[in-house]
Design a protein around this ligand. Structure first.
Ligand SMILES: C[S@@+](CC[C@H](N)C(=O)[O-])C[C@H]1O[C@@H](n2cnc3c(N)ncnc32)[C@H](O)[C@@H]1O
Length: 340
């Protein structure tokens, strides 16, 4: 089989660069309210859209045609509608899969690239916790959908864990960030009590405010504490972690798993919901598994290490836990490790 020509590779390069511009277009559509408007009024012309959004008609026309080029909009008569499923993904904030705020997270974290040349030379880091307030709130907003996706799409595939949560009990969310998993778990499972811990103070403040706003003070609590510093033996029936294991400091990862294992009651479950680094070259080149490698790339200078599934299993077993259940969802690896 013949390889690609030089011209093919030039085209490929520009296609890759197109992703950068598409990210800006996705974010602008969110900022202007364009995705929600087209979702609400399929077939809307660019003139009507411009009038509704208060935008320039020609700019709006170019936006729509560019979004069509990226397969985000489809033509509908003289106007436009969302391409299949993008009405949910970009145009419906209440939908489980809403990702409208996600491009903004990448634009904010993309500012770190200015530091890459220096950090590549020094081998230094620019830790997650050193980032701006805007970064923290962008991450919290960008990850809003994750617990809902977990509860609605993943938990049905983990019946033992779901039964445990339905029965009630004590839940610890490690690396709780802005607290969205705490309040969503408490809402969906009225018999659980949830504690969240995180090392990032602004996130704990945000989690406390969210708990208060949802009226869940009686059943939810957020504490400023490190996973590796947990000192409550046998205290929790379920420990959850959403996109946290790859953020734990490399030197503290084994200690964090050991502390989580200690904090679990006998028979309790530790949920790992995280990116996993592809184990094969085919995985590196295929979406969605490639996104694990991409996360390692854009979080590299934070000092993060995205583990492979094999490494995650080894970490859990090294702490005396046994893998009881396992599934995948899109790019995420999901393991349930039980304490004997
Ligand atoms: C990508 S954020 C995910 C936040 C949250 N779980 C969510 O899904 O929105 C990872 C979180 O892990 C926290 N973290 C990192 N190291 C930690 C540690 N040693 N102990 C507790 N939390 C930690 C970070 O501060 C950050 O809030």
């Amino acid at each position: 089989m013949q390889g690609p020509t030089l011209a093919d590779q030039v085209t490929r390069l520009y296609d890759l660069i197109g992703g950068f511009h598409a990210t800006h277009l996705l974010d602008l559509g969110h900022e202007l309210g364009l995705w929600e408007r087209v979702t609400a009024e399929p077939g809307i012309t660019h003139e009507r859209l411009a009038a509704a959004l208060g935008t320039d008609p020609f700019y709006t026309d170019v936006f729509c045609r560019t979004a069509f080029a990226f397969s985000l909009l489809d033509r509908a008569g003289e106007g436009w509608r969302m391409a299949p499923h993008f009405d949910e993904i970009l145009g419906t904030p209440a939908s489980t899969f809403y990702l409208g705020a996600n491009p903004w997270v990448h634009l904010v974290l993309g500012r770190d690239y200015a530091r890459y040349p220096e950090l590549f030379r020094s081998g230094g880091t620019y830790a997650y916790q050193e980032h701006s307030d805007e970064f923290m709130s962008a991450v919290a907003e960008g990850l809003q959908a994750l617990p809902r996706v977990f509860i609605e799409m993943v938990l049905p595939k983990l019946p033992a864990l779901r039964a445990r949560l339905e029965a009630g009990g004590r839940v610890l969310d490690v690396g709780c960030g802005g607290g969205i998993a705490l309040v969503e778990l408490a809402r969906r499972f009225p018999n659980v009590r949830c504690v969240g811990v995180d090392v990032e103070p602004r996130s704990i403040d945000a989690a406390r405010a969210l708990i208060r706003a949802r009226g869940l003070d009686e059943r939810c609590e957020a504490r400023l504490a490190a996973a590796e510093g947990l000192a409550e033996p046998d205290a929790y029936d379920v420990v959850t972690s959403f996109l946290v294991v790859h953020e734990l400091p490399v030197a503290a990862k084994e200690a964090a798993f050991a502390a989580i294992a200690r904090a679990l009651a006998p028979g309790g479950s530790f949920l790992i919901f995280d990116e996993a680094y592809p184990e094969t070259d085919a995985g590196l080149r295929t979406m969605p598994s490639r996104f694990g490698a991409l996360a390692q790339w854009f979080e590299l200078v934070w000092g993060n290490r995205v583990n492979t599934r094999t490494e995650l299993v080894r970490l859990a077993e090294g702490a005396g836990l046994r893998i009881a259940d396992e599934t995948v969802f899109s790019r995420f690896t999901i393991l349930v490790a039980n304490k004997p």
